[in-house]
Design a protein around this ligand. Structure first.
Ligand SMILES: [Zn+2]
Ligand SMILES: [Zn+2]
Length: 295
């Protein structure tokens, strides 16, 4: 069984994330290392980093001992492909800052969306991203945290719906060893990969292997999709309650090729805030794959 987890709030201090994760039965966590909707934040308090390490060292998961794998998701404002000099610069600054925070916390990965070309076209956009990544890695030369480029739904001018984009980025940056890939099920489905069938799933995994190599797939996002195959819309649904359906997840979480990749829920929490807890139960019970609905 995979390392199943969820995106958890870091409100009240990053160390609090472990308590929240433990309460719902996480074996892996994702968090924001700063407000995801703001460019700037006050520096990470060294005491908070120490508390984070101390709590991480003793907090077991649902079925794994400490320390749990923890990744972060970068701010949604970052657009490394922006043709606007000011936005591009702010994006690079923000990503350097986030990488530094992640390294200070000893996180395993930082997930970032490749970017949106906003009209300049795919080639120009991908070149801009590669140059931005080179600059970010130069400005923050060391550190254990890998930058994980996510696949996207391909809405608007967003790049990264096609894994060929990831392949090209890996080939055009100076330090590809600092990059990995995070695959999101909802985004893949919205971008046209039919993960509902065994054949469609296998075709997607093969395409990922061809494009980036499965060793570089260091995390998954487990999200069902509100919209249909190829919709190019990025709207997450709870597991088994979307167009993707639960069987796809049953297949993925038992795929030994991804045993070591944290699989993170970014599904709706619902009015009672228990959406992730219910989704973890659904995934672990395998009930949804047999068509059993949780009420
Ligand atoms: Zn995602
Ligand atoms: Zn999404």
């Amino acid at each position: 069984m995979a390392l199943l987890g969820a995106h958890v709030s870091a409100a009240g201090g990053v160390a609090k994330a472990f308590e929240r994760g433990a309460t719902i039965g996480c074996d892996a966590l994702q968090l924001f290392v700063k407000n995801a909707n703001a460019w700037r934040a006050k520096p990470l308090d060294p005491a908070a980093a120490e508390a984070f390490a101390a709590v991480r060292a003793v907090t077991a998961g649902h079925s794994v001992p400490p320390p749990l794998p923890v990744i972060a998701h970068a701010s949604y404002l970052i657009n490394l492909a922006s043709p606007l000099a000011e936005t591009a610069e702010r994006s690079r600054d923000a990503l350097v800052d986030e990488l530094q925070r992640c390294d200070a916390l000893g996180l395993d990965g930082l997930v970032v969306h490749p970017g949106a070309h906003v009209g300049t076209g795919e080639d120009a956009g991908l070149d801009a991203i590669a140059r931005a990544l080179d600059e970010v890695f130069e400005r923050h030369p060391k550190g254990p945290t890998r930058l994980l480029l996510e696949n996207t739904a391909g809405q608007g001018t967003v790049l990264g719906a096609d894994l060929a984009h990831h392949r090209r980025l890996l080939r055009s940056v100076a330090a590809p060893e600092r990059l990995g890939v995070c695959l999101d099920t909802c985004h893949a489905f919205a971008a046209g990969a039919d993960l509902r069938s065994a054949d469609g799933y296998e075709a997607f995994v093969e395409a990922a292997d061809q494009a980036v190599g499965l060793a570089r797939v260091l995390a998954w996002h487990l999200n069902d999709s509100r919209h249909g195959l190829g919709s190019r819309k990025d709207r997450h649904a709870n597991i088994g309650h979307g167009e993707l359906g639960a069987e796809a997840f049953e297949r993925l979480i038992h795929d030994a090729r991804f045993e070591h990749a944290p699989m993170i829920l970014e599904t709706p929490l619902g009015d009672d805030d228990l959406g992730h807890a219910r989704d973890l139960v659904t995934l672990r019970s395998g009930g949804a794959a047999r068509g059993v609905e949780h009420a």
